[in-house]
Design a protein around this ligand. Structure first.
Ligand code: MN
Length: 254
């Protein structure tokens, strides 16, 4: 997961090694020579671009729909505050942490490094998770198809069984956090995870493809303490096409 800013030189190096490895296998030869934003499958999940701009600063991605588009399931006031204030705060926070860490490296003064690494994890994870969450929702009615549909049936039995399980797991996240449907690299399976806050990822090999924000700011204005009702209604606006394409991109990388 791209939590950390990679500078141009490192990016070129990574692109080169990845391209060289893939070209060696006779694949993706056209990717050789890409520069600042390589066309890597996981970066495409954050279409129209990666989470950073050309200067390497993290940026707040615009929503693909108006603030009132998900009514009545997600109300306009909550969505506006959530995106414009909360998510924007994570973007500011991760940029601030990156800058402070860069300064610490330049001065070779790491006396506050523990603080800034925690800030980097907290705000960086918040930025990543919210960037997925907005894309995971749509006012259009969608349903799982293709590989996603097959994997949900294989790993959870049925779509209904998956939703029941995901809802129960997400409802019982202790305090603030997230319910996550993730693709587990190394096993080729889908798993449901809880994340307390968002920097506390429990399985490093699992990459989120569907996330449900259960920090109170995500639902409290409308649902108060009825977290389960919010999660049920969240499923009425899930963008299964987006979830499916995240899985497809990850499988492309295999
Ligand atoms: Mn949130």
């Amino acid at each position: 997961m791209k939590l950390f800013h990679i500078n141009q030189e490192e990016m070129d190096k990574r692109t080169f090694f990845k391209s060289a490895a893939l070209a060696g296998a006779g694949l993706f030869a056209t990717r050789i020579g890409t520069t600042a934003t390589p066309d890597l499958p996981y970066l495409r999940l954050f279409s129209p671009g990666p989470l950073t701009n050309d200067q390497g600063e993290y940026v707040l991605p615009p929503l693909d729909y108006p603030y009132n588009a998900l009514e009545p399931h997600i109300d306009e006031q909550t969505l506006k505050l959530h995106h414009d204030k909360h998510h924007a705060g994570y973007v500011r926070g991760v940029n601030k942490a990156m800058k402070a860490i860069q300064g610490a490296r330049e001065k070779n003064d790491f006396s506050l490094i523990k603080h800034w690494e925690r800030e980097l994890a907290f705000h960086g994870a918040g930025h990543v998770m919210h960037s997925i969450y907005w894309k995971n929702m749509t006012p259009k009615k969608t349903s799982p198809s293709g590989t996603l549909k097959k994997y949900i049936k294989r790993d959870f039995g049925s779509q209904e069984a998956f939703i029941n399980y995901f809802t129960a797991a997400t409802k019982s996240v202790e305090g603030s956090g997230w319910g996550i449907l993730a693709y587990q690299t190394g096993t080729d399976k889908l798993v449901v995870l809880q994340a307390e806050k968002h920097q506390n990822q429990s399985q490093w090999i699992s990459i989120p493809i569907l996330v449900c924000d259960v920090w109170e700011h995500a639902y409290y204005l409308k649902y108060q303490n009825k977290r389960a009702e919010y999660i049920r209604n969240f499923f009425d606006v899930v963008n299964w096409d987006d979830v499916g394409s995240r899985l497809d991109h990850l499988l492309d990388m295999a």
